[in-house]
Design a binder for this molecule. Sequence first.
Ligand code: SF4
Ligand code: SF4
Length: 276
Amino acid sequence: MEKILTAAGACAFGCVAAERLRPRMGERAWERAAQTTPGLKRLICAAFPYGPETVTPGLLSVYARGADYHRVLEARMAPVAAKLAERYPGCRFDFYADVSPFPEVYAAALAGLGKLGRNGLLLVPGAGSYVFLGFLATDAELPETGGTVVPCGGCGACERACPGVALGETVDQSRCLSALTQQRGQLTEEQTALIKRGGMLWGCDRCQLACPENRNRTVPPLPEFTPLPDPTEEQLRLSDRAFRRQFAGRAFTWRGVQPLRRNLEILKEDAPCKEY
Ligand code: SF4
Ligand code: SF4
């Protein structure tokens, strides 16, 4: 497995027993996973590097500057699944990235891919938190790796840098700008103020930029994640359809143009925002 995943571009990988994830999944998520992969036994976890060595702040979060990672990971994991299916005849290898019933970061930490950061992200040696996670759920009884979740040193730099005041014992998703900037429709006054404070059109990198585990990274990003041009103000005035067509294959289009256009308006407003 090591050779196959390395050839696919993964910088860290491992395998965890699905049963060990069950207590964190809830009944519906478990049922969904078990229906997709009958006889579910293991979750193969793989980390794929992105982000240049030096990250410059911008209006789009670093993860959204290159090609859509869902597509990239699917393309890179498809040959892995095919090769494993040859090696374990009759077994299934079902791909997931991002939208899965599994607690993804926890699973990868449990499989030994890296430490679990206080900011909720996985910290992989040599790549830091600049990794996308891909998974294969399988009914094959593969050997497990890792075994315990190792937390980061807890220096608190991410918490101090967080514009959403979203970090404490857990990550408060309702205040995290990575989620808020993607939210469609009307925002509350508080949410609007948080977006203004974050200063970005899409996503937020502050906790990653502050994290010492992201300094001196040695693992180069995959070529698909080389930054592409950001949308211009004019392009944010396109119709939803035209915008999606123009930026097909980019991760920031999944909610259409509306959240980005609204965020731009918020960032352009002169009025000072209230503290929340
Ligand atoms: S900044 Fe410090 S506390 Fe936060 S994830 Fe990185 S190492 Fe952990
Ligand atoms: S992404 Fe931004 S808002 Fe979310 S936890 Fe990190 S620093 Fe805070």
